[in-house]
Design a protein around this ligand. Structure first.
Ligand code: CP
Length: 308
């Protein structure tokens, strides 16, 4: 497999996804052994975050430290020379000479792809506006596989902001590579799953059902993937306030669900999952966030051509 940059989940074929899930399992075993690793010793990861993050940035950094490599970067563009008006091109051309691989997040769709035009080292997209978040998808698939032992024949509910939600865009595309999955899109009309992506997924034979009502479909789901209504993507605060809180997963809602449902969320959450359900064994979003470490260890070591 060739993976010069990782910008979209479409950069991977089904076999490539399977490869990374297997490699993540190997990394998990190495983590469990508690032995210090030197798989990426001498390599430097640059994390360029032009938009806030907790999990993606810190799990990439932690993954690189666990692999024995080191990390440079910024968590806030305001502390970089971008604040003085430096262009993305100049930032990338500079950072490529300070590091071996770049992970970047931007509020702008296509920014990571654009950065590859100025860069001779690998770039990983850690989220570009409402477009894609492909490494999140690998850890989402890893989580589903761990719990369900399969990535096929599942009914997966995607709930919340399906219009701007980059995690659900990448995840739905990936799920369509596996057999006989059914995707139930649960969103208010204003935040519906984009028709362009829907069409491409349906062309691959994956069935998509759309509804606004979570309560009506929750008993059919094997996986419920909840997302935040993202305040930062709205042009009007009034519109955000109108839609915020439209879905809430709480004990009452989960009473209607299957006993073996899994509830996932890329996090951060605001009010769409009531903390009262955190102790329900079906709610696995913190475990999901942890799986970011072995999955990103697998991606970094492969893209840096380091042997494990
Ligand atoms: N899942 C995710 O992208 O979380 P962060 O925004 O905290 O990185």
């Amino acid at each position: 497999m060739e993976l010069e940059n990782f910008i979209s989940i479409n950069d991977l074929k089904k076999e490539d996804i399977d490869f990374f899930l297997k490699k993540a399992d190997e990394m998990l075993k190495l983590l469990d052994s508690k032995e210090p690793l030197d798989i990426c010793r001498g390599k430097i990861l640059a994390t360029l975050f032009f938009e806030p993050s907790t999990r993606t940035r810190l799990s990439f950094e932690s993954a690189m430290h666990r692999l024995g490599g080191s990390v440079v970067g910024f968590a806030d563009a305001n502390t970089s020379s971008v604040k003085k008006g430096e262009s993305l091109a100049d930032t990338i051309k500079t950072v490529e000479s300070y590091s071996d691989i770049i992970v970047m997040r931007s509020p702008f769709e296509g920014a990571s792809m654009l950065a590859t035009k100025y860069c001779s080292i690998p770039i990983i997209n850690a989220g570009d506006g409402g477009h894609e978040h492909p490494t999140q998808t690998i850890l989402d698939l890893y989580t589903i596989k761990k719990k369900k032992n399969t990535l096929s024949n599942l009914t997966i509910g995607l709930c919340g902001d399906l219009k701007f939600g980059r995690t659900v865009h990448s995840l739905a595309k990936a799920l369509s590579a596996f057999n006989n999955n059914k995707i139930v899109c649960i969103a208010p009309n204003e935040l519906k799953f984009p028709n362009g992506i829907k069409g491409k997924i349906e062309e691959k034979g994956t069935k998509i059902i759309q509804t606004q009502n979570l309560e009506e479909v929750i008993d059919k789901l094997d996986v419920l993937y909840v997302t935040r209504i993202q305040k930062e993507r709205f042009l009007s605060e009034k519109e955000y306030l109108r839609l915020k809180g439209v879905y809430v997963v709480d004990n009452k809602m989960l009473q209607k669900a299957k006993k073996d449902l899994i509830v996932m969320h890329p996090l951060p959450r605001v009010d769409e999952i009531n903390p009262e359900v955190d102790s329900d064994p079906r709610c696995i979003y913190f475990k999901q966030a942890f799986y970011g470490i072995p999955v990103r260890m697998a991606l970094l070591s492969f893209m840096l051509k380091c042997q494990s």
